[in-house]
Design a protein around this ligand. Structure first.
Ligand SMILES: Nc1ncnc2c1ncn2[C@@H]1O[C@H](COP(=O)(O)OP(=O)(O)O)[C@@H](O)[C@H]1O
Ligand SMILES: [Mg+2]
Length: 101
């Protein structure tokens, strides 16, 4: 399959088999998702389930020990947050507040 064809068929966002550990704590254990065009996906789970860790891996704040993040079929795992943002993926934060100044 050509790269252009692969890109046309690829979902806008995919996370494949992401595993993230903090020392002995496994925050994400082989997690995969695909988000298709025009799809809205919600992630729910109890406190400590790994929702924030998952978003941080997806947006590049954390690098998973295993697995990858793909934007339109391109592997962006390990890119800086700003490089990922330039490719169109950004996250918002749960705790919002004004700058001190
Ligand atoms: N920066 C961190 N250092 C160490 N452990 C963390 C860190 N962030 C999250 N964890 C641990 O990873 C697990 C998942 O946490 P988190 O992603 O914050 O869950 P959620 O957002 O679903 O409440 C928890 O056990 C949490 O204590
Ligand atoms: Mg959270």
């Amino acid at each position: 399959m050509t790269a252009a064809r692969k890109e046309r068929q690829a979902p806008p966002l995919a996370v494949r088999s992401a595993t993230l550990r903090f020392g002995g704590v496994t925050a994400l254990d082989d997690v995969s998702i695909e988000v298709r065009e025009d799809e809205l996906l919600a992630i729910i789970g109890p406190n400590g389930a790994g929702k924030t860790s998952f978003l941080n891996v997806t947006a590049g704040f954390y690098r998973p020990q295993q697995g990858c993040v793909e934007l339109i079929g391109q592997d962006v795992t390990g890119l800086r947050v700003d490089q990922i943002a330039r490719r169109g993926l950004a996250r918002t934060f749960q705790g919002t507040h004004l700058f001190g100044g």
